[in-house]
Design a protein around this ligand. Structure first.
Ligand code: TRP
Length: 344
């Protein structure tokens, strides 16, 4: 069976974008693939994290996985730091990847910003650790959003160079599984910005732990425009919103996409359904749907967060299964590289 690896960072404020763009898709993949879903705490500390918050956020991502419907018996659910093979392989990849490759990473440039000299070295080599995450299990497929495509390209380059440098055909060249149209969820206050955990306004995002009242309030106050909703004529022949139409009404299309994703409908169907409607009517329907779909997930997360023992047990069991896969792979890699180790 094909093997999937994916990860979510435990950095707090899990929101609708994480749910619709990543976690909900993971749930759907578990029938067709052998899946490993990781909480990447080692990636999180590339930017300083309060230790108590990091523990809490690690449990929260785990709770979100479970509440969304990922079955920890059929799949492996664990936190990255419990499998030391990630760090071991990352070191080897630090010696395979080239400075020039990392210098091209746009996410590092964005995250480091103007204070590049002050960024952690870990933030710089973050993509090498991500490659190690995936290849420590020789995973073949990785579901990621658009923003991670470049990192996945780097993973392919590292695998290729490793295979070439050592004259082996050991690591697979991974394939991205880019998810559908609903993955770009924008801020509720500004349709031109991505919904983000770090936006100072709580009203800009719906979080996975918001209760019904908070969800309703955020949708009611979400930014709109004065016009009635458009119909399917705004779509081009590939089913995408024409650029000019999108730029003129980013908030309207964001809310329509959120509706489509939650209702599991295409954008075309959604546009047909609400063509000519006022926002007041549309927001009422959207609120009901959001509360009905997100409410049970939030409630289950809350229950799990109140039972950290259960969450920690899932992580411990998942980590043992993860190590059992990664250990022999690392041993083979050590042989390939020429590291001496005792043979059984
Ligand atoms: N970098 C990813 C993100 O921020 C998280 C991640 C870490 C990941 N390791 C991974 C995703 C391996 C897919 C596969 O979203």
């Amino acid at each position: 069976m094909k093997r999937i690896f994916s990860g979510v960072q435990p950095t707090g404020n899990l929101h609708l974008g994480n749910y619709l763009g990543a976690i909900r898709n993971f749930v759907r993949l578990q029938d067709d693939y052998d899946c490993i879903f990781c909480v990447v705490d080692m990636h999180a500390i590339t930017v300083w994290q309060d230790p108590v918050e990091l523990q809490r956020n690690t449990r929260e991502v785990t709770a979100a996985y479970l509440a969304a419907g990922i079955d920890p018996k059929r799949n492996i659910v664990f936190n990255q730091s419990q499998a030391p093979q990630h760090a071991e392989l990352a070191w080897i990849f630090n010696c395979v990847a080239r400075l020039g490759w990392l210098n091209r990473m746009t996410q590092f440039k964005e995250k480091a910003g103007k204070h590049r000299e002050n960024a952690s070295v870990g933030l710089y080599v973050y993509p090498n650790l991500m490659a190690a995450d995936i290849l420590a299990y020789r995973a073949t497929h990785v579901p990621v959003g658009e923003d991670q495509k470049q990192h996945l390209e780097l993973t392919r380059d590292i695998a290729q160079k490793f295979n070439h440098d050592f004259g082996v055909d050991y690591f697979p060249i991974v394939e991205p599984l880019i998810q559908g149209e609903a993955t770009r969820i924008m801020s509720l206050r500004d349709g031109s910005k991505k919904m983000s955990k770090s936006d100072p306004s709580d009203m800009s995002r719906i979080t996975m732990s918001d209760d019904a009242e908070a969800v309703a309030q955020k949708i009611r106050r979400a930014k709109t425009d004065p016009d009635a909703l458009p119909g399917p004529e705004v779509l081009d022949d590939r089913g995408r919103v024409a650029a000019a139409a999108e730029a003129a009404r980013p908030e309207a299309f964001n809310l329509l996409r959120i509706y489509a994703a939650l209702a599991d409908k295409s954008l075309a169907e959604t546009l047909t359904e609400f063509e000519g409607s006022q926002f007041s009517h549309f927001k009422t329907v959207l609120t009901d749907l959001a509360v009905a779909t997100l409410g049970p997930v939030g409630a289950e997360m809350k229950r799990l967060m109140a039972d950290p023992g259960q969450v920690d047990a899932v992580l411990a069991e998942g980590a043992a299964r993860a190590r059992a896969i990664a250990e022999p792979i690392l041993a083979e890699v050590q042989d390939i590289v020429g590291f001496l180790r005792p043979k059984p």
